[in-house]
Structures are given as structure tokens and as C-alpha cells.
Design a protein around this ligand. Structure first.
Ligand SMILES: C[S@@+](CC[C@H](N)C(=O)[O-])C[C@H]1O[C@@H](n2cnc3c(N)ncnc32)[C@H](O)[C@@H]1O
Length: 224
């Protein structure tokens, strides 16, 4: 890693790239974000998160997940953090367009989350963990900001998923996103994070860990 590589300035999404991403994800609110928000709510209930939770969506992108979480856990205070100023301006536009209120945003890096220690009930992270420059550092940051018994709910792609099944998965994905984006996504699979490795990192940090996987995705819950 080069000096300065891990700074906010080096994590800006190019304007056109961010815009394409937002457009394509907006079509998937019902199929991608709503089911994950439902899953988050179930986990949240299972772990009996205390009254008036505060939830951070780390690397929130266009805030579609936050909007869905708000529908299901209306008493939560919600904050989206993302390194990209461009993406955050899309997020703010979207919540305005959808008439959503009470979601805050902060620009920041997952590797140095601009939040104080022991202050957050739930951190969610969707399909972004493999993008982080230093995912291990990001995990230690999540641990630092979580309250005692607070939880991390992380969903990402599983590099151990059989290649032939992955090909089928990505073939069908081209009908949800563009063919070009689905190909690019498939090619990115070499830097997806191995769940065994993730499990090891989390246990080293003292998280209590549980994994579930479905198709090419895994969901890991870590409790502080
Ligand atoms: C694939 S998008 C996913 C966005 C969102 N979670 C979703 O599912 O719609 C990845 C996001 O991670 C953000 N990102 C990448 N590296 C980051 C980092 N080190 N810290 C914070 N955000 C980061 C990008 O700006 C982008 O918005």
C-alpha cells in the first residue's frame, strides 16, 4: 500500500461510475435492499438490541439500505458513512426524492471511522467490505465504536462459492444490472474476502461470531 492510499481523497467514485451504480441499484430496492433489511431486523430482534438503537451503515452508498431499515426499525437513529463525497451527495438526493427524513450522513473511511468509542448499537455493511483498502483495520474500527453487546451485520460475496455456480449467478445478474457491470463484478471475485479468514480476524478481535450463507453471499454477525 502506498502512503496516502488510504485517505478519503483516494476513495472518490468517479462521477459517471457513481451515477450508474445508483441507477442500477435503485432498480433492486425490492430484491436486494428490502430482503436484507428484513434479515437485519430479525437479527436485531434475536440479539435483543437495547431501546433506541443507533445504527450505522458503513459504506452506505446511495442509502437504499438505510431507507429500508428505517421502515422496519422506525425508532432507530440512522447514520450513513461513506468515503465518497459523490456517493453521499447521491444518497442525500435520494432520501429527499423519497421524502425520507432523519437519516444523517458523514464522510469517512471505514479504516478510521469518525465516531467515538463504545457508542453504536448496530453497524451494517453491505457488499462493501471487499472494497476496503484495509478490511482488517475496518473490523477493528467497528469493534471500537460498538457498545458492549453491540452487533456488526456484514453481508458480502463468498469467494468459496463453486465457480460454475458463480458463473450462473452472474449470468442472471446481467438482467438486473448491465452486462458490462455484471462482468466487472465477476472479475472482482479474486479480492472477495474468504469467510474463514474473516472469522479468524473477528475472533482475534474478540467478536462472538456466527455465519450464514445463501447462494454466493454470506452474512456474518459479530457481537462485541
Ligand atoms: C459497492 S458500493 C456498496 C454501497 C452500499 N453498501 C450498497 O449496497 O448500496 C461500495 C461503497 O463503498 C464505499 N467505500 C469504498 N471504500 C471505502 C472505505 N474504505 N471506507 C468507506 N467507504 C468506502 C464506496 O464509496 C461505495 O459507496
Amino acid at each position: 500500500m502506498h502512503e496516502g492510499e488510504n485517505s478519503i481523497e483516494n476513495h472518490q467514485w468517479k462521477d459517471e461510475h457513481a451515477e450508474k451504480f445508483v441507477k442500477s441499484m435503485e432498480k433492486q430496492i425490492k430484491t436486494r435492499y428490502e430482503p436484507f433489511a428484513k434479515k437485519i431486523t430479525k437479527i436485531y430482534e434475536k440479539y435483543k438490541v437495547k431501546e433506541k438503537p443507533n445504527i450505522i451503515d458503513l459504506a452506505c452508498g446511495p442509502a437504499f439500505l438505510l431507507m429500508e431499515i428505517q421502515k422496519k426499525i422506525p425508532n432507530a437513529s440512522l447514520l450513513g458513512i461513506d468515503s465518497s463525497e459523490k456517493m453521499l451527495s447521491h444518497a442525500k438526493l435520494k432520501i429527499e426524492q423519497y421524502g425520507v427524513q432523519n437519516i444523517e450522513f458523514k464522510q469517512g473511511m471505514a479504516e478510521s471511522i469518525p465516531i467515538e468509542d463504545d457508542s453504536i448499537s448496530v453497524v451494517t455493511c453491505l457488499n462493501s467490505f471487499h472494497d476496503f483498502q484495509d478490511p482488517k483495520k475496518a473490523l477493528s474500527e467497528v469493534y471500537r465504536i460498538l457498545k458492549n453487546e453491540g452487533i456488526l451485520i456484514l453481508k458480502d460475496k463468498n469467494p468459496n462459492y463453486p465457480k460454475w455456480k458463480m458463473k450462473i449467478h452472474f449470468y442472471f445478474l446481467r438482467f438486473k444490472m448491465s452486462k458490462e457491470r455484471s462482468k466487472r463484478y465477476y472479475k472482482s471475485s479474486h479480492h472477495w474476502i474468504n469467510p474463514q479468514e474473516l472469522d479468524k480476524w473477528m475472533k482475534e478481535l474478540n467478536f462472538k461470531v456466527s455465519f450464514t450463507s445463501r447462494s454466493v453471499d454470506y452474512i456474518v454477525v459479530g457481537q462485541k
